[in-house]
Design a binder for this molecule. Structure first.
Ligand code: GLA
Length: 386
């Protein structure tokens, strides 16, 4: 669908990036509070300066469609900032958590909307082995490594490659250096976000490496289909096409078992209210579901609906797993840009991915990318009203 870093030749890529830098440099003096629109592409993508960090200009891109849908994405962390979709009465609201300004993100919220890498979720004790080589990662979640480490892909400014396509689309690229956060190999990564007129947001990930390394990329959007964090998500109804899940220990590392959901609080094979049995799950849902799938095609794996707004979200992915996180660690200490506390269960994540701690669990599908191979993963979120 879109040009990928892995298949573009170097000179094309540099030319495209250079073209964009010229576009962006017009507003390099703007500070964070200035959101002046600076460019509109042929497909209607608006680009605005959105503050600075790490000596770099940060941008906000607005993708709009003909159905009144609008997605804002920043090159800081490859982050989905907001996703406006009309509800059943036609009023618009963002179905994901996010802030109006860059400062909200620099305060390190728990991965709101961010692209997660190099490895989504946990690696036990921040250690793994490839062949006879032992690697030690930065640990940032007790003794474990979580979501790429202290400065994962969610906390860096990505390069931007605007894509001319039939749908509004933007490509971000980032090269994670050999040794960054302890991971081996230079990893060239691209993430393309596309918004269709049917309110489908497709996220396509590509990566190549020059040394064997674990790769597990995902997006960490927090959904609340009511569009208002004052309502929690316990009345949302969830279906996950998974007969199995991976139980975890007290530090949320998979025990290595793969268990049936049948008859348990993890059974979302039929649509079920999230709040129905959440009290039976210590700490709330924060588990990887083993998706039922025959092949690695893009497949519908989960549906989330909210009758009050009439919004329904469908999740399609090529990935084997889905981390369902019910916003357990949100505790009201972070506030929205309009000063509403973001309380426990104010939103939930449906993170498409390989299983947590796969580098240490030989029975899980492998996450090791080798030189010469191409990492490719697609996830599509589609919103409709019912
Ligand atoms: C993931 C993890 C959770 C938590 C959140 C961020 O979903 O599985 O345990 O770390 O990210 O707070």
């Amino acid at each position: 669908m879109t040009p990928q870093i892995a298949i573009m030749n170097k000179s094309n890529l540099m030319l495209s990036i250079a073209g964009f830098v010229i576009l962006a440099s017009a507003s390099c003096n703007n500070n964070e509070t200035s959101n002046k629109e600076e460019a509109v592409s042929k497909t209607g993508i608006k680009t605005a300066a959105w503050g600075r960090t790490d000596g770099r200009q940060v941008h906000l891109f607005t993708l709009s469609n003909k159905s009144g849908g609008q997605v804002k994405i920043s090159d800081y962390g490859g982050t989905i900032i907001s996703w406006l979709v009309p509800d059943k009465k036609g009023s618009s609201g963002s179905i994901v958590l996010g802030f109006d300004s860059l400062s909200g993100y620099l305060a390190k919220p728990p991965y709101f909307g961010a692209t997660i890498g190099r490895y989504g979720n946990r690696i036990a004790k921040g250690k793994f082995k490839i062949g006879s080589d032992i690697y030690t990662l930065a640990t940032n979640n007790g003794k474990n490594a979580l979501h790429g480490g202290l400065k994962g892909f969610d906390k860096v400014v990505w390069e931007t490659l605007p894509v001319v396509d039939s749908v509004a689309s933007i490509t971000l690229i980032y090269t994670s250096k050999d040794g960054e956060e302890g991971y081996p190999g230079n990893l060239k990564t691209s993430v393309t976000f596309s918004l269709s007129d049917d309110n489908e947001l497709t996220i396509e990930y590509n990566a190549v490496t020059d040394k064997p390394t674990p790769v597990n990329l995902t997006n960490h959007s927090y959904f609340n289909l009511t569009g208002d964090v004052s309502n929690n998500i316990l009345n949302h109804v969830l279906m996950i096409d998974a007969d199995l899940y991976t139980p975890v220990d007290s530090t949320l590392i998979p025990t290595g078992e793969i268990k049936s959901v049948k008859g348990t609080a993890f059974d979302f094979t039929q649509p079920e209210k999230i709040g129905a049995r959440i009290n039976e799950v210590a700490g709330g849902y924060d588990h990887n579901f083993v998706l039922n799938r025959k092949d690695s095609s893009l497949q519908l794996v989960a549906t989330l609906s909210d009758s009050s707004s009439g919004r329904r979200l469908e999740v399609f992915t090529t990935e084997p797993g889905l981390q369902f996180y019910s916003g357990n660690f949100l505790n009201g200490s972070i506030k929205t840009s309009d000063d509403k506390p973001i309380n426990q269960h104010a939103a939930l994540c449906l993170e498409t991915q390989h299983f947590p701690d796969s580098p240490n669990e030989p029975s899980f599908p492998s996450t090791i990318l080798k030189p010469g191979e191409k990492y490719h993963s697609v996830t599509k979120y589609k919103v409709a009203v019912f």
